[in-house]
Design a protein. Structure first.
Length: 169
């Protein structure tokens, strides 16, 4: 674009000089018309260069918008684990384990605003919870907020502390 501007300036200066020479009858009409034509061509080349530059800028903006749309689609297509609410004895860095897969590889999920498809059942890894029903005859022995120990049959050497939380009585 700068080159076209400089060529237009040069052609304008030559035309102005030709007008002075033509006024004093020092230049032929044919050469004066040639310089005027050269100026008009240079002017039109500059205008075309401006249009071309604007077209390049518009194409860049178009590609930028296309990139942003693609990035948004990628963001919406990602599956993220939810942030859990803070609870007692929960680790600071929560890690999840997949308990159940509800979709198969390659299966199509719904893509609608406000709707979500459960793709996995997640459990917080590192925090064990046991909810058990105690027969009524043992309720007096398992009072609320009393600490217990729990032994799991598959691994009898591991003994875990358990706290009684509530009575359904």
């Amino acid at each position: 674009m700068l080159r076209a501007k400089q060529q237009e300036d040069n052609a304008r200066q030559r035309l102005e000089r030709a007008q002075q020479l033509r006024a004093g009858n020092s230049m032929s009409a044919e050469e004066f018309e040639q310089r005027r034509t050269d100026y008009e061509v240079a002017h039109n080349n500059r205008v075309q260069a401006e249009y071309d530059a604007k077209a390049v800028v518009a194409a860049i903006k178009n590609r930028l918008v296309s990139l942003k749309i693609a990035m948004r689609k990628l963001e919406l297509s990602s599956i993220r684990a939810p942030q859990p609410s803070v609870r007692e004895r929960m680790p600071k860095d929560v890690q999840y384990a997949v308990a159940a897969r509800k979709v198969a590889e390659g299966e199509m999920l719904k893509d609608a605003a406000g709707s979500s498809t459960a793709t996995f059942d997640l459990v917080i890894d590192g925090v064990l919870k046991l909810r058990a029903q105690v027969p009524e005859r043992f309720v007096d022995k398992s009072s609320r907020d009393r600490r217990r120990k729990f032994t799991w049959t598959p691994i009898p050497t591991v003994c875990l502390p358990v706290r009684s939380c509530a009575s359904t009585r």
